[in-house]
Design a protein around this ligand. Structure first.
Ligand code: ADP
Ligand code: MG
Length: 697
């Protein structure tokens, strides 16, 4: 398409370059210092910045501004737009945007889930400018990334805890660096590169599927003759209409300063992935929300609908979000980098031991942070990491850990070696020190961990809040144990070995998809929560509350509220699914099957009248009638259990009833419907099939 990325990149972002030109030098420097060192912004300075932003935005044709925030659980950014124009003097309207408008907003928060933190009558919620995430213009509106909290100061979003967690890990990380004699480091940054998977389906077909419209996933649908078994879609060449969509998408993202870097077809038909270059966690969170928003909007422009659901199609791979995460000092030391001599890199070894301890201690919390209702269909299924949390370290680092566990220290390391194709014209390549393990939920990939479990439609806020807080805790424990040690080298070695020995069970380098693994994991005592519902209580157990309160990330009251919200959310999603199934069965599938039985009955009579044998037609009629009867019974049963679950006494029991009884009744209804789909004529089937949806883009 010939777009010059250098020209368009960041065009719609109020970024450093824009600030430098538009702010007085001293104010520019103050803003930069606030961004990097923190501190309170004065209203005077905010006024200056707001004025510059307004002028810039108006020049770019913006008419409105909004504080963008991210209510807990709702995985899209919320926006309430205000126009710049406010004061009318002598019939003229003036554009205003003050420092106060920039710093704080007060959207009516009563309709967002708060888990009882706030009664509806006291609905005030506040948004506060997150100065570390850039302001941008989207569709004529100046968007200000913010954090969102209640009148009484509790966080109501996924951003605020993340910012606090980033602060905590930075503080404890700096402490750790000091132990190793580093006096320079002032901050530790946590970085994230989220790979986003999604499906595209044809918009016209989508509009004929109430299940996709209401729930984001198909609730009925038989497998087509061909699925993904041939592995012929992965990295396949991209269809021209999809390519056009991707090009459009990339330009939109580049303009917003998002480094859309990698794009390719995924394993399932109709499935794709987009990955940006990693950035600081809170910016990555904001950007990922934007990516999801723009994916959806751009798809529509191209006649597609983008499905972000974790499992839109049963029997076909679902979508995840791979959260590539690392911790790096402000002068660029990546704490997860083993370096050339990992056997001598004590800092790396200690950080690794801390990570093992943290992942082991907070396994269920991590699993929960990667979960939502949709991900229940994916985790533990054949294409995604199991619901058991374990760590993959690869050969080189795995060997270092083995040596330390056995001998108290490591003395050598496996070299990665070179890769020789054996053909003179091909280069001899230096290999990565780790191979990949796609079956591990938490895989070391050379200089970062790739947490592969995350739900595709979820915000990455929670995930990174857990990751960074658990590391803050582990670093803090390490510092408590090692500060003041007489012989530091010896103490570090001993502490590292102790942690690795205590948490050895969390390391698993084998095949996570194998049948043996859950059995082995159980022997090791590793938790295996099959459903998010089983993992939710981890939010309020002592280990979690202690950690979050210690580092001021979330209070017990906030955690209890979040627990309620998650149960409600689960029940709510399943309720919509059940009702959608009932409606589709009653209004689409059953009437279509009734029509078909009439056709068959007419045929039987006609064939008989013609004096021929109508037994085949009669058999078909009774088969269809039989399935119809099964459907009727199943619809009734589903109606009953759904009504019962909706009435359950406590919120936890409600979620459990939906998980067990309602889900079972849904499966019962789906079975005869999918069987009917396979035996009914195509022109009578009332909706596009899996084959139509995923193979015909
Ligand atoms: P893969 O081959 O694993 O699918 P991709 O290129 O699709 O890799 O995505 C890898 C992601 O990891 C990218 O977003 C990339 O920017 C990110 N990444 C690379 N290095 C780091 C790092 N040190 N910390 C965090 N993320 C990183
Ligand atoms: Mg990838």
């Amino acid at each position: 398409m010939g777009v010059n990325i250098e020209k368009v990149f960041g065009e719609d972002v109020f970024d450093d370059a824009v600030m430098k030109v538009r702010l007085p030098k001293s104010d520019y420097e103050k803003v930069k210092s606030l961004m990097y060192q923190g501190g309170e912004i004065t209203e005077e300075l905010a006024d200056v910045v707001a004025q510059a932003m307004k002028e810039w935005a108006l020049e770019k044709g913006a008419t409105h501004f909004t504080h963008v925030f991210q209510p807990y659980v709702i995985s899209v950014g919320a926006e309430k737009h205000d126009s710049f124009s406010s004061t009318v003097t002598d019939g003229k309207i003036e554009n205003t945007f003050t420092g106060k408008d920039l710093l704080m907003g007060e959207p009516d928060a009563s309709s967002f889930p708060s888990g009882g933190l706030r009664a509806t009558c006291s609905a005030r919620g506040y948004t506060a400018w997150d100065i570390t995430s850039p302001v941008y213009i989207k569709e004529g509106t100046l968007c200000i990334p913010t954090a969102f909290c209640s009148y009484t100061g509790e966080s109501l979003d996924t951003k605020t805890p993340l910012l606090k967690a980033m602060h905590a890990v930075s503080k404890q990380g700096v402490r750790l660096m000091r132990l190793f004699g580093d006096e320079k480091t002032q901050r530790i940054f946590s970085y994230v590169g989220p790979e986003q998977e999604y499906f595209l389906v044809d918009e016209d077909k989508y509009m004929k599927r109430p299940d996709l419209i209401y729930t984001g996933r198909t609730l009925f649908g038989a497998m087509p003759p061909k699925g993904q078994e041939m592995d012929d879609q992965y990295f396949g060449s991209i269809a021209p209409n999809v390519k056009a969509f991707m090009e459009d998408l990339n330009v939109k993202l580049w303009k917003l300063g998002i480094t859309a870097k990698t794009q390719h077809r995924e394993v399932a038909p109709g499935q794709h992935e987009i990955a940006p270059i990693f950035s600081v966690s809170n910016v990555a969170l904001d950007n990922n929300l934007l990516v999801m928003d723009i994916l959806k909007k751009t798809a529509r422009k191209h006649g597609f609908v983008c499905l972000l659901h974790e499992k839109p199609f049963d029997g076909i791979n679902g979508s995840g979000k791979h959260n590539n995460w690392s911790l790096t000092t402000d002068d660029g030391i990546n704490l997860f980098k083993p370096g050339k001599e990992p056997e001598n890199n004590k800092l790396f070894q200690l950080v690794l031991a801390c990570t093992m301890a943290a992942v082991d201690r907070h396994a269920v919390l991590l699993r929960l942070a990667a979960s939502n209702t949709g991900n229940d269909h994916r985790l533990g299924a054949n294409e995604a990491p199991p619901a058991i949390i374990s760590m993959y370290l690869g050969d080189q680092v795995g060997d270092i850990v083995d040596q330390i566990i056995k001998n108290g220290k490591a003395t050598s390391s496996l070299s990665s070696g070179t890769l020789d194709f054996g053909i003179k014209k091909l280069p001899v390549l230096e290999k990565d020190p780790t191979d990949r393990n796609r079956t591990s939920p938490f895989a070391f990939t050379g200089n970062r961990f790739e947490f592969r479990m995350v739900a595709s439609s979820n915000s990455i806020g929670d995930t990174n809040t857990v990751l960074n807080t658990m590391m803050a805790e582990a670093f803090s424990n390490a510092c408590d144990a090692l500060e003041g040690a007489e012989d530091f080298n010896k103490a570090v070695e001993e502490y590292t070995a102790k942690l690795m020995r205590e948490h050895e069970r969390i390391v698993f380098n084998g095949n996570g998809y194998s049948e043996e693994w859950p059995v082995e994991a159980e022997k090791r005592g590793l938790p295996n929560c099959k459903s998010i519902v089983d993992a939710i209580p981890a939010l309020v157990d002592d280990t979690t509350v202690e950690m979050y309160e210690k580092f001021n990330v979330l209070s017990k009251a906030e955690l209890e509220a979040r627990e309620d919200i998650l149960f409600e959310q689960y029940a709510g999603v399943r309720n919509i699914e059940a009702l959608t199934m009932i409606e589709m069965a009653n209004k689409m599938i059953i009437p279509a099957a009734v029509k078909y039985t009439k056709k068959l009955a007419d045929t039987v009579i006609a064939v008989k009248e013609a004096g021929a044998d109508a037994s085949v037609q009669a058999d078909m009629l009774s088969e269809v009638s039989g399935k119809l009867a099964e459907m009727k019974t199943a619809v009734k049963a589903l109606e009953e259990v759904t009504a019962k679950a909706a009435d359950a006494e406590c919120i936890k029991c409600k979620a459990e009833e939906y998980k067990d009884d309602v889900m079972a009744a849904m499966a019962e209804l789906r079975k005869p419907a999918d069987e009917l789909e396979l035996i009914m004529p195509k022109e009578l089937w009332p909706m596009p099939t899996y084959g139509d949806l995923v193979f015909e883009l």
